[in-house]
Design a binder for this molecule. Structure first.
Ligand code: MN
Length: 719
C-alpha cells in the first residue's frame, strides 16, 4: 500500500468524517515542492514528511496536524511560503507549519541540565499550540529512525539533543511510547558499544524470556479471572535505556537485573483494578514499599495506574501495573489521547476534571466553553511570565516577561550591563527599550564611556539589573559629593587664607570631631549637605569655633532609649554613651572593640547602643543618623573576648609555646581552633579574654616573638 493510503485509512479509522481530500492535496503539494530532493538514504525526500504524518496519525491527531506533518519542511526547504500554505490549506495548517519551522531554527548545542530545562521551556513557550510540539516530536522520531544514514559526529549531536530535549518533552506530555523509542534510539547512537552489548545480551536470552513471559502472563490471567477480575495481561521487557540506567545505578551486570520485565494488567473498571491488586498480593508476596496508587493520586500528566512489585513464581521480583483500558490509552499517548474526544462523543461530566491538569499546565487565561475547544485553540502560555533568549554563544537565559536588553546585559555580567550602549537582536540594532521575545538572540554592544542612568530604572524588569543600576548611580553621586565637598571646603578655607593642602592636619582633627573617620568622609558629608562648610571651618580653625550643635535626631532617639532602659543598671559595660553611663551597651561581634580602641556607638532600636570600632566596615555602613558619641569610662572591669589568628609552622611543641605565652600575659583562652594547611603551616585561631587594647598589644607582641610564628593578627570574632 502506498504510504499516503496507509495514512488516509488510519485517519479514517479514528475520524470517519475527516477531510481526507485536504490530506491528499497536502501530499500532492509536498511531493511537487520536494520534487528532485532526496534523503541521505537516497529515497525521495517526500518519504520523510509522509513518515512524520504517519506517526502523527498513530497518535490519532486531527487533520490539521496530519497536513502540517506532510508540509512541515516545505517552508524551510522549498520555495513555498507560509502565506501560500495559508491560502491553500487554511490558517491553522499554516500556523502549525510556521511553528515547527521556527522551532527548527533554534540553535542547539549540548547543554548542562539547567540549560536543557530552559531550552525545553523555550520550545514549549515558542510553540504556543501544543500540536506544534507534537508535530516536532514526530519529526524528531522519524529523523532518529533514519539516523544511520548520517555521519557519526552528526549522529552523536542529534542523539544528545534528543536525549536532553525531546525525550523529556515526550515524557512531560505523557507520550510514553515516543519517549521510550526516542531514548533507545538516542542510546544506540550516543553509546554505540554499550548499546550493542546490551542488545545482544537481551537477544541471547530472548527465547527463554518469551517463554517466561508467556508462563507468567497465563498465571496472572488465571488468578485474576478465577477471582472475578476480567483482564488482559501483557508482559514485556523494559526498554534498553532503562535497563542500562538501572545497571549503572545499581552497579550490577545485566544477568543480575531481574526485574527487567514488567507485567501490565488491563481490566475494565477502576473497581477491578483494586480487586486485581488484592489478587496479586494474595497470590504472591508483595515487596514492601513498592505499592503506588496513581489512580487515587494521578501524576501531573494525568497518568493513572496501580503499581506494585511481588515475589514471582520463580522467586524473582515482578513489577505489576494494573489499570483500565482508558487509563492505558492515557499512559501510552498522554496528551495526544485526549483528541479522541473530538469525535462528537458526548462530553462526560468528569472530562472537565480530566483536563484540569492541562489547563493548569498551560495557565490559559481564556474562558473555555468546553475541553474540546480548549484543545483545538489553546495557545500555550506554559511559562507565561518568562521569556527565553539566547546569548551569542548559544546559552539560554530565562528572564521575566517584558525584560529589555539591559536586563539581559546584567544577566550576562554586571560590567556588560554597566557599559551597555546598545543591542543587536537577531542581527538587527534595537532600542534599549525593546522587549525581548522568545528565541531572540541578543548581542550587547558596550562602550567604555557608557554609564547607567536613571532612565534605565524605568526600563528594566529584573531585580538584579535594578540593584546594580542603583548602586552605580549611588557611586556616581558619591563622586559628585566628593567634588562638591572639596570645592565648598576649599572655598571656605581660602576666605581665611589657607587651603585644604595646608590645613591637612587640622582637617583630620575636624573630621574626627565631626564624627567622620577620614577627611574624605568629611568631604563627602559636606558634599551631601549633611555637614555645612561653616561647621568644618569652625573645627578646622578653632579660633572661629562656637558651640558645637548636637545631632538632633540621635539626641531625641537617645531620650526614648533612656526611658526604656532601667535606671539602676550598674555601669558594668565600661562605656559612657553621650556622657551617660547606664545605657544598655553591646559590643559589635564584627570588630570586638577593646578599651583603648577608637569607637563609635549606634543606636539600635530596642537593643540599646552597639559599639563598633571607628574603622569597622560594618559600622561605616550604618545610618549616620543613628550614630552617637561613646567613650570608654575607664571603670569597666569587663573582660572582652577577642579573636587572634596565628599563622605558624606546623611543628611539635609550638602550640605549647603559644599557650604558655598567653598564660605569661595573664590572659585566659576561651576557645581555640587549630588547622594545618597543605603547605606545612598551621592556622590557629584563639578566642581570648583581655581587659583592654594595651593588654592585647602586649599579647600580640609576645606571640610574635615566638620562633616559628609567621604572623599574629586580631580578627573578627564572628569570622
Ligand atoms: Mn523534518
Amino acid at each position: 500500500m502506498h504510504q499516503l493510503d496507509q495514512i488516509l485509512s488510519e485517519v479514517a479509522g479514528y475520524y470517519p468524517s475527516a477531510d481526507l481530500a485536504l490530506i491528499r492535496r497536502a501530499y500532492q503539494f509536498a511531493a511537487q515542492a520536494h520534487d528532485g530532493q532526496t534523503r541521505k538514504s537516497g529515497d525521495p525526500y517526500v518519504t520523510h514528511p509522509l513518515a512524520v504524518a504517519q506517526i502523527i496519525a498513530e497518535l490519532k491527531l486531527d487533520v490539521a496536524s496530519v497536513c502540517a506533518g506532510i508540509l512541515h519542511d516545505c517552508v524551510e526547504d522549498t520555495s513555498a511560503t507560509v502565506d501560500q500554505l495559508g491560502e491553500l490549506f487554511g490558517k491553522e495548517v499554516a500556523f502549525l507549519v510556521d511553528g515547527v519551522t521556527k522551532l527548527g531554527k533554534l540553535p542547539y548545542s549540548t547543554r548542562e541540565e539547567q540549560q536543557a530545562e530552559n531550552f525545553r521551556k523555550m520550545l514549549l513557550a515558542m510553540a504556543r499550540d501544543i500540536r506544534v510540539i507534537l508535530v516536532k516530536l514526530c519529526d524528531r522520531l522519524d529523523n532518529m529512525r533514519s539516523l544511520n544514514h548520517l555521519p557519526p559526529e552528526k549522529q552523536e549531536r542529534i542523539a544528545a539533543e534528543t536525549m536532553q530535549i525531546y525525550a523529556p518533552l515526550a515524557n512531560r506530555l505523557g507520550i510514553q511510547w515516543v519517549k521510550v523509542e526516542l531514548e533507545d534510539l538516542a542510546f544506540k547512537y550516543s553509546h554505540p558499544h554499550e548499546y550493542e552489548q546490551l542488545a545482544s545480551d537481551v537477544a541471547k536470552t530472548r527465547a527463554e524470556r518469551l517463554e517466561y513471559i508467556h508462563t507468567v502472563e497465563k498465571l496472572i490471567a488465571k488468578e485474576m479471572v478465577d477471582n472475578g477480575v476480567p483482564c488482559e495481561v501483557m508482559g514485556r521487557a523494559k526498554h534498553l535505556w532503562s535497563i542500562y540506567q538501572k545497571m549503572k545505578r545499581t552497579q550490577r551486570p545485566f544477568e543480575e537485573i531481574h526485574d527487567a520485565i514488567g507485567f501490565r494488567v488491563i481490566t475494565d473498571t477502576q473497581m477491578h483494578c483494586y480487586q486485581g491488586l488484592g489478587v496479586a498480593h494474595q497470590t504472591w508476596t508483595p515487596i514492601p514499599g513498592r505499592f503506588k496508587d496513581y489512580i487515587a493520586l494521578p501524576k501531573p500528566n494525568l497518568y493513572q495506574s496501580l503499581h506494585t512489585a511481588v515475589i514471582g513464581p520463580r522467586g524473582e521480583r515482578i513489577e505489576v501495573q494494573i489499570r483500565t483500558g482508558d487509563m492505558n490509552l492515557v499512559a501510552e499517548h498522554g496528551i495526544a489521547a485526549h483528541w479522541k474526544y473530538k469525535e462528537g462523543r458526548p462530553v462526560a461530566a468528569d472530562d472537565d476534571k480530566k483536563f484540569a491538569w492541562l489547563r493548569q499546565l498551560m495557565e490559559s487565561q481564556k474562558e473555555l466553553r468546553d475541553p474540546t475547544e480548549f484543545l483545538e485553540s489553546v495557545k500555550i502560555d506554559l511559562f507565561g511570565d518568562e521569556v527565553y533568549v539566547f546569548t551569542p554563544g548559544g546559552d539560554v537565559k530565562a528572564l521575566p516577561k517584558g525584560s529589555c536588553p539591559i536586563d539581559f546585559a546584567y544577566a550576562v555580567h554586571s560590567s556588560i550591563g554597566d557599559h551597555c550602549s546598545g543591542a543587536r537582536v537577531n542581527g538587527m540594532i534595537v532600542a534599549l527599550r525593546y522587549q525581548l521575545r522568545n528565541g531572540d538572540t541578543i548581542e550587547i554592544i558596550t562602550s567604555p564611556n557608557q554609564k547607567p542612568n536613571k532612565d534605565w530604572l524605568k526600563l528594566v524588569k529584573t531585580a538584579r539589573a535594578r540593584t546594580k543600576i542603583r548602586w552605580e548611580l549611588r557611586q556616581e553621586q558619591r563622586e559628585k559629593a566628593v567634588l562638591l565637598g572639596t570645592d565648598l571646603i576649599d572655598k571656605a578655607l581660602r576666605k581665611h587664607n589657607t587651603s585644604m593642602g595646608r590645613a591637612e592636619k587640622q582637617l583630620l582633627l575636624a573630621a574626627k570631631e565631626l564624627k567622620c573617620v577620614t577627611v574624605d568622609e568629611l568631604v563627602i558629608q559636606v558634599g551631601y549637605g549633611k555637614i555645612t562648610p561653616q561647621q568644618v571651618l569652625e573645627h578646622t580653625l578653632p579660633e572661629l569655633k562656637k558651640a558645637e550643635p548636637e545631632p538632633v535626631k540621635a539626641e531625641s532617639m537617645l531620650k526614648t532609649l533612656l526611658r526604656k532602659v532601667t535606671r539602676n543598671r550598674t555601669s558594668s559595660s565600661g562605656i559612657k554613651v553621650a556622657g551617660e553611663d547606664d545605657i544598655l551597651v553591646r559590643y559589635a561581634k564584627c570588630c570586638t572593640p577593646l578599651p583603648g580602641d577608637p569607637i563609635t556607638g549606634f543606636i539600635t532600636r530596642g537593643r540599646g547602643v552597639t559599639v563598633h570600632r571607628r574603622d569597622c566596615d560594618k559600622g561605616l555602613d550604618l545610618d549616620p543618623e543613628r550614630r552617637i558619641d561613646v567613650e570608654w569610662d575607664g571603670l569597666g572591669k569587663v573582660q572582652h573576648e577577642v579573636a587572634i589568628q596565628i599563622l605558624c609552622a606546623d611543628k611539635p611543641g609550638l602550640l605549647a609555646h603559644i599557650s604558655q605565652s598567653f598564660t605569661d600575659q595573664n590572659v585566659n583562652i576561651s576557645q581555640a581552633h587549630c588547622r594545618a594547611t597543605e603547605d606545612g603551616r598551621a592556622v590557629n585561631t584563639f578566642h581570648a579574654l583581655v581587659k583592654d587594647l594595651d593588654q592585647l598589644k602586649s599579647v600580640i607582641r609576645s606571640l610574635s616573638r615566638i620562633k616559628g610564628v609567621f604572623s599574629v593578627d586580631r580578627v573578627a570574632a564572628d569570622a
